[in-house]
Design a protein. Structure first.
Length: 425
């Protein structure tokens, strides 16, 4: 009976997906292509800045940190831009910026100073794109289906994130300029596809001021005060994640070869694709403190394993780290959307601002720590330093994690014939 219910549940979820509006299904598919193209360059920014452009590793670390902050922290502008342009136009604008940035990044290999505006544009595109992307999904489905489809969206993005580095690792040594210009052409096509395939959707109205007793700005501040814990843990999670994201390529090149990065990222993203949608409902219902503490603890074990340096150790460490990532990031998304109701673009902008702060600190701290251990010929200790920070985050979560948020009830999934019930008003 359990097996039958499981098969029935998966079949119902698939029917629900096929019953969604064409524009939403197109966006989930395009999210995969966007991530594929983005992650053919994002993990290699440090390698490109040092190897192709010729920057010092410390300067490259700071530049990566600034780019990370723009990519994530700049998303706080996503809400105001969406208010002015709408969700679809914001995504099209964001993709146009990234296309221009990739063209300039290709030119920077020959003219190094162009790297600075290029990185700003390459990072600025996702700053606007991802809040609008997630808000489009949240706006287009019912509250009951929110965990499932945020998980499906995450799976699509992570599938692209996994395949992108694997493809780029085969091409980057041959001709980085050709790779970057080719990616610019791909993003131009993606931009056209968004313009053609997506239908404009109306944002869900926020709660009326009379109902809350506050105006819009005051209501946002009050909501953020209630979301301080998830904001803190989001910042910590991304701070630790960006050690992995930004320095794994340099580490792999130092202890093995750059092709290992492709397999590491593929494993990381494949696990998210397979496991996060499957566990989305359980992640939403789990005790908040236990989930956060457990996630940081598993991430610490993964980072410690990476210190061994061999390819099997990197893959095993990545698997452990990814388990923590799977549970932590989706729950952080759900907490923020729940605690900043009626304005998902603003909620995801706040989430990515905190991620940007974490990524900025990781890039600056990581650049100097990595350079220190590289000079000492002991790169493995770099990951032990990161593991110790993961353990500290677990201890902080144990002290400040707070209680469990209201349970998410597992409502029956609508049949395709009732697709109108799935789409938000």
């Amino acid at each position: 009976m359990t097996g039958g219910r499981r098969r029935g549940g998966l079949t119902a979820k698939w029917r629900t997906f096929t019953g969604l509006p064409a524009g939403l299904k197109a966006l989930i598919g395009l999210s995969f292509v966007v991530a594929l193209g983005s992650y053919m360059v994002t993990p290699f920014i440090g390698v490109l800045m040092v190897g192709a452009v010729g920057l010092d590793i410390r300067v490259a670390g700071v530049l990566v940190a600034v780019a990370t902050f723009i990519q994530f922290g700049g998303s706080i502008l996503g809400g105001p831009v969406v208010d002015r342009l709408g969700l679809k136009r914001t995504m099209v604008l964001a993709l146009t910026l990234r296309t221009a940035g990739l063209v300039l990044l290709g030119l920077a290999v020959k003219v190094p100073w162009i790297a600075y505006p290029a990185v700003v544009l390459v990072a600025g595109g996702p700053a606007l794109y991802l809040p609008a992307n997630k808000a489009y999904i949240v706006t287009s489905v019912s509250d009951a289906l929110r965990p499932l489809f945020l998980g499906v969206s995450s799976a699509a993005l992570n599938a692209g994130m996994g395949l992108g580095p694997l493809l780029a690792a085969l091409l980057i040594d041959a001709d980085p300029v050709l790779l970057l210009i080719g990616l610019a052409g791909l993003f131009a096509l993606i931009t056209v596809a968004h313009q053609a395939a997506l239908k404009p959707v109306e944002r869900r109205p926020a709660a009326a001021p009379a109902a809350t007793g506050t105006d819009g700005a005051t209501g946002k501040r009050a909501a953020l005060r209630g979301a301080l814990r998830p904001v803190l843990f989001t910042a910590l999670a991304f701070y630790l994640y960006f050690f992995f994201q930004s320095f794994m390529g340099l580490y792999a090149a130092g202890v093995s070869n750059i092709q290992v990065l492709g397999w590491v990222m593929l494993l990381n993203c494949a696990m998210v694709v397979l496991l996060q949608p499957a566990f989305a409902d359980r992640i939403a219902r789990a005790d908040y403190r236990l989930l956060v503490v457990g996630s940081f603890t598993v991430m610490a074990l993964g980072m410690a394993a990476m210190a061994l340096g061999s390819t099997p150790a990197l893959l095993a460490g990545t698997a452990l780290f990814t388990l923590g990532e799977i549970f932590l990031f989706l729950r952080c998304d759900l907490e923020l959307v729940d605690r900043v109701p009626g304005n998902p673009a603003f909620a995801f902008g706040v989430q990515r601002l905190t991620a940007g702060i974490g990524g900025l600190l990781a890039g600056i701290v990581g650049g100097f720590v990595f350079a220190h251990y590289e000079a000492a010929g002991d790169l493995g200790t770099f990951w032990l330093v990161v593991a110790a920070q993961c353990a500290g985050a677990a201890l902080l979560a144990m002290l400040l994690g707070g209680g469990r948020r209201p349970a998410v009830h597992e409502l029956p999934l609508p049949e395709p014939a009732g697709a109108g019930q799935v789409v938000a008003r």
